[in-house]
Design a protein around this ligand. Structure first.
Ligand code: NAD
Ligand code: MG
Length: 388
């Protein structure tokens, strides 16, 4: 029996993880499931999977969750402290699928009890990559990538010497607006940005795909995860989303990972690692596909990619500032306080302001310092948006 927990169980990645668990319930013992406002879904899954505890992030929803779980034997809990306590319960494998910087502390708690952390929450790596890796190492745990590109890179690197890697190419679908003329981007609405051409994902990551902030986070995630020089990480637009990443070696070989855009592959790979087991994903018919196409990931059209390079050059807590500013700018766009193309401008101004204000960016990467940088960046983003 493998003891597992799923943080962010009610979201897109969480539900895809549960889909795999549901197919082999006898193999798994579910420890903790967490969610947000969707307590009905959370309670339903917790009952069916006989979880030890179900946690909602919202204190005020505790009575409702308790009612829904009445007589099930599943404990109900709520709030940040309860979430961290749940993540700390002994488990072999923990899925980190909360969206945003909020996923960092629970993920670290899971690593502190020695679990294997399946990391969908890329923000953890962007905000605190060295801390995540050091925590895993200190407690005998490990981190496995779940982001499709990083799972692809990880798989291409099995049995290879990282020193022989010349470059890593991660692909981007280009998001909702890849075929829009650049002049129209300023008038794009949140609804338009939240429809993805290939992947079915949560609202926030889908909008981040359209702005390429998702790819910007992933470039930083690649550097942090694999310890690869930023100059070796490339982005290419691949509208079909069938090739997830390619790794180039010093003998000229380029290994591509090809598969249907279905997150259950990367989730299942992390679930069964180091074994490979059959997964319920589409098998590709290459003759039907016919061809793969590629386009340049233009940094003028998608300034988030340029900002990611600056963040990697700065290092330290710049990633935490970048991510927090991006999260607030995204809130601003979703709430229609700023336009689509203004998001990158807000993030850039926050980076400039916070970097010049204090020695904060250079502070050691601890959870406290990351949370402090996150807080300052959000405040700066709000001030900038109020004036823009
Ligand atoms: P989602 O919005 O569908 O789900 C997010 C989950 O986190 C939900 O369970 C929600 O209740 C919970 N949550 C949200 N805010 C929270 C908070 N402040 N505290 C505690 N819980 C909170 O998101 P998603 O698309 O499943 O993405 C989850 C993570 O996985 C993100 O980091 C995303 O970038 C990454 N990811 C997602 C995909 C995908 O296909 N959806 C692919 C690659 C990476
Ligand atoms: Mg990805």
């Amino acid at each position: 029996m493998k003891r597992i927990s799923i943080l962010g169980a009610t979201g897109s990645i969480g539900q895809n993880t549960i889909d795999l668990i549901d197919r082999a319930t006898q193999t798994y013992e579910v420890v903790a499931l967490s969610g947000g406002r969707n307590v009905a879904q959370l309670a339903d899954d917790a009952r069916r999977l006989r979880a030890e505890v179900a946690v909602t992030a919202h204190d005020e929803l505790l009575p409702e969750l308790r009612d829904l779980l009445e007589g099930s034997g599943v404990e109900a809990a709520a709030g940040t402290t309860a979430l961290i306590e749940a993540a700390r319960r002994p488990a072999d494998w923990v899925m980190s699928a909360i969206v945003g910087a909020a996923g960092l502390a629970p993920g670290l708690a899971a690593l502190q009890q020695g679990a294997t952390l399946a990391l969908a929450n890329k923000e953890s790596m962007v905000c605190a990559g060295p801390l995540v890796m050091a925590t895993a190492q200190a407690h005998g745990g490990s981190v496995l990538p779940v982001d499709s590109e990083h799972s692809a890179v990880f798989q291409a690197l099995i049995g290879e010497d990282i020193a022989s890697v010349e470059r890593v190419i991660i692909t981007a679908s280009g998001g909702a607006f890849r075929d829009w003329p650049e002049e129209r981007l300023a008038e794009a609405t949140p609804e338009q940005a939240a429809t993805h051409p290939n992947w079915d994902m949560g609202q926030r990551i889908t909008i981040d795909s359209a702005s390429m902030f998702n790819k910007a986070l992933e470039v930083i995630e690649t550097k942090e995860f694999f310890g690869i020089d930023p100059e070796k990480v490339e982005v290419v637009v691949h509208p079909e989303s069938m090739i997830h990443a390619l790794v180039g070696f010093n003998d000229g070989a380029l290994m591509a990972h090809v598969g249907a855009p279905d997150m259950r592959h990367a989730i299942g790979f992390a679930l069964h690692y180091p074994e490979r087991r059959p997964l319920p994903v589409e098998r590709l018919d290459l003759l039907k596909l016919g061809s793969f196409t590629f386009r340049e990931a233009c940094e003028r059209r998608w300034p988030a990619l340029r900002l990611a390079r600056e963040v990697m050059r700065t290092g330290g807590l710049a990633g935490a500032v970048f991510n927090a500013a991006k999260e607030r700018a995204l809130d601003g766009f979703i709430e229609r306080r700023i336009g689509f193309t203004r998001m990158a401008g807000v993030v850039e101004e926050v980076l400039e302001r916070v970097s010049s204000q204090s020695g904060l960016i250079r502070a050691e990467i601890t959870l406290d310092n990351v949370q402090n940088a996150d807080h300052l960046a959000r405040k700066a983003a709000d001030e900038i948006m109020a004036g823009s």
